[in-house]
Design a protein around this ligand. Structure first.
Ligand code: HEM
Length: 202
């Protein structure tokens, strides 16, 4: 019974990482990328997102609760999991460890980022190009954001690799090798979009 419960939580944790959190991550990076077209383009994209119908329900059920539950169970996994030293090769062992480290770094980054933006908006500040430009004016913050984005994007892309195994999509060694290249491509593409957007505020 306990094993069944654990199995269910694992599956739910895995699914939430992709749907909805991963999809939200891609959408968020794409909207931010409008900053490369100038302040007005970014503000318009951001206003559009902010004026979506059922905004609070979307924020709570598609973003906040999924990330919170994935993060809580993720911390539990990260600090209790045994290393699979004998089950995978050298490279996969590193990826396994980096998945856990990037989860913790991503949690720190997301918490700070939400505090600086969404919570300040709830307290009356306006989230716009100028706000992000002010934040990223500090070199320390710029570095923090770049590390945070790379960590999040790595965590998502590498997570997609293990998601393929968790859900039986990549069973053979060959499909897992192909999946390594596909997820590496996803990492490079999203890292490019994310970092380019951040640099557009500087
Ligand atoms: C934007 C935020 C995040 C996204 C898009 C995301 C995405 C994913 C994905 C797709 C997986 C793979 C699921 C699988 O192996 O089947 C995963 C796994 C994992 N996530 Fe996240 N995640 C995010 C935030 C976090 C946070 C904040 C933590 C907190 C520590 C975390 C901890 C973990 C851990 C430990 C695993 C490995 C699970 C395992 O190997 O069984 N994640 N994540």
């Amino acid at each position: 019974m306990a094993a069944n419960k654990e199995f269910f939580y694992r599956k739910l944790h895995s699914l939430l990482g992709v749907i909805p959190i991963g999809i939200f991550l891609i959408q968020h990076l794409v909207v931010n990328h409008f900053a490369t077209k100038g302040p007005e383009a970014f503000n318009e994209a951001s206003r559009f997102m902010g004026n979506l119908p059922f905004r609070y329900a979307l924020e709570i059920f598609i973003i906040f609760l999924p990330i919170l539950s994935h993060a809580i169970y993720g911390l539990y996994i990260a600090f209790t999991a045994k290393n699979n030293v004998n089950n995978y090769g050298y490279f996969r062992n590193w990826m396994f460890l980096l998945q856990r480290i990037s989860g913790v770094v991503t949690l720190i980054f997301i918490s700070w980022h939400v505090w600086e933006t969404r919570i300040q908006a709830a307290l009356g500040a306006e989230v716009n190009y100028e706000m992000m430009a002010n934040i990223l004016h500090s070199p320390a913050m710029l570095v923090f954001y770049i590390i945070g984005i790379l960590s999040t994007v790595f965590h998502f892309a590498n997570g997609l690799w293990s998601f393929g195994i968790s859900w039986g999509l990549t069973v053979t060694p060959r499909s897992q090798r192909i999946s390594t290249y596909v997820t590496l491509g996803i990492f490079v593409a999203l890292a490019f979009v994310g970092v380019r957007a951040v640099l557009a505020f500087v």
